[in-house]
Design a protein around this ligand. Structure first.
Ligand code: MV4
Length: 460
């Protein structure tokens, strides 16, 4: 096992990694910006190094400073968490070149999966189902020809994209010709790479993703799925495990498909294969995320495995002490992401001081947060305040516990997404387990009306 790990991140995920380190008897090193001097991850760590000024570009993304911090503290490994440098293959290589173990998948796999057209090709090679589509298309004529083959609507995707950027839907040939140019222009401006490919557009799918973990001996295990259909502008708001739309047979088929892809590319560490699950029960490869994800706790709750500790153990060369048959999904877990934002004002981020924080608790509740009373939420980073995770024997109990936890929770001084979550937890479509990726667009008027009523009754 490692002696000391540098955590190249901040916020709740830095704390989560440090908690795993402490349980493993590993020393932790925090890095921080000048805006995060009094952050929890700095206090919790055994050592800390300031790596730069407030902006991410000058601190959490400043590779030479992070490597220097690892050198002066004598760390033997680097954990990137999610976001920042987690899916930067050059950073993974630079860590290794400087003698630090990268706690993540091989750099070459990060690179391959970061290119969405390549990832799609790898999925085909691994016999993982993909939506009818193309490789990179060289011209608008090729795009029109391909679309005529598999039929409208189609979606144009930037190969350098992911998370929705450089994506355009086209319902007919005219729209395709227009949006093809728009997608390429946006992709070129956003990523410095304007290459695009085309897929048949699934109109009303669910987002279902499979959690994987690979050790250094070629073993790859799946830990069931998460349903992340409730998103707004490609930001996930609520995640749950298991998916209400997945039964044991589908779980096994999706899990085995995800493992085939992972084995094909030589995957190690924690990773996630995202699928679109169609209304008829067919599933299709969407993307592979080569990192530990925000929503990993729901999987930890329903499987009982500490994914973060296993991610560290396999990076240190340990193999699994259990098999696929040992991984059983039991009960139900839901996560609500609490952001410092105003759902009544188009989810506008609202950084500022949390004058008073009170954590929910009791049976089945887990809170992953870096917030404390009098904490100043800096405006420079993402607005995630806390993840509340509720576990229950079944979905109904998980929902009831989540409602209770959300009403116990206090973040004084800031608007948060808490009331919005309470609205979703009363929505009939959500309660029926029928939410698809269109849920938020379709239900937003009712949810916002509910929010206004809620705000009024709090005034009165
Ligand atoms: C799709 C799709 C429908 N059909 N691909 C969204 C981000 C990127 N990961 C790919 N995305 C989609 N790809 C085909 N062929 C619909 C989406 C999509 C989506 C997917 C998951 C969750 C929310 C979404 C919201 C809009 C579009």
């Amino acid at each position: 096992m490692f002696k000391k790990i540098l955590i190249a991140n901040r916020g709740e995920i830095a704390l989560r990694i440090m908690r795993a380190c402490r349980e493993l008897g590993v020393q932790s090193v925090a890095i921080h910006s000048t805006a995060d001097t009094s952050s929890q991850h700095v206090k919790y760590a055994d050592e800390s190094v300031c790596v730069g000024r407030t902006s991410s570009a000058e601190s959490y993304l400043r590779v030479p400073n992070i490597i220097a911090a690892a050198e002066i503290t004598g760390a033997d490994a680097i954990h990137p968490g999610y976001g920042f440098l987690a899916e930067n293959p050059e950073f993974a290589e630079i860590c290794a070149e400087n003698g630090f173990t990268w706690i993540g998948p091989p750099a070459e796999v990060i690179r391959q999966m970061g290119d969405k057209a390549t990832a799609r090709t790898m999925a085909v090679a691994a016999e993982v189902p993909v939506v009818p589509g193309t490789g990179l298309v060289a011209s608008v004529e090729d795009a029109v020809k391909a679309a005529a083959e598999f039929g409208y609507p189609v979606i144009i995707k930037a190969t350098a994209g992911g998370g929705g950027k450089g994506m355009r839907v086209a319902w007919d040939e005219d729209e395709l010709m227009k949006n093809y140019v728009a997608a390429r222009t946006e992709a070129g401006a956003s990523f410095g790479n304007d290459a695009v490919y085309i897929e048949k557009y699934l109109v009303n799918p669910r987002h279902v993703e499979v959690q994987l973990l690979g050790d250094g001996s070629g073993n790859v295990l799946y830990f069931g799925e998460r349903d992340c259909s409730i998103q707004r502008r490609h930001q996930k708001l609520i995640e749950e495990a298991p998916s209400p739309a997945v039964d044991a047979d589908l779980r096994r088929r999706m899990g085995e498909a995800a493992v085939r892809l992972a084995k094909r590319v030589g995957y190690t560490s924690a990773g996630t294969v995202e699928f679109l699950l169609d209304e008829d029960g067919s599933f299709y490869f969407m993307e592979m995320n080569t990192r530990i994800q925000v929503e990993h706790p729901v999987t930890e709750m329903v499987t009982g495995y500490d994914l973060m500790k296993w991610m560290i153990r396999v990076a240190a060369g340990e193999d699994f002490t259990f098999t696929q048959d040992d991984v059983v999904v039991r009960g139900h877990a839901i996560e609500c992401r609490i952001n410092a934002e105003n759902p009544e004002r188009d989810f506008m981020p609202c950084p500022g001081r949390v004058f008073y924080y009170h954590a929910p608790g009791g049976p089945g509740i887990r809170v992953d947060t870096h917030v404390y009373s009098d904490y100043m939420v800096p405006p420079h980073y993402d607005s995630l305040l806390a993840k509340i995770i509720a576990y229950g024997e079944d979905r109904e109990e998980a929902v009831a516990r989540m409602r209770r936890a959300l009403t116990e929770c206090v973040f004084e001084g800031l608007p948060t997404s808490t009331p919005f979550h309470l609205e979703v937890l009363e929505n009939p479509v959500f309660l029926a387990g029928k939410a698809t990726t269109r849920f938020l667009d379709e239900e937003l008027p009712q949810l916002q009306e509910g929010l206004r009523v809620r705000a009024k009754s709090e005034e009165g």
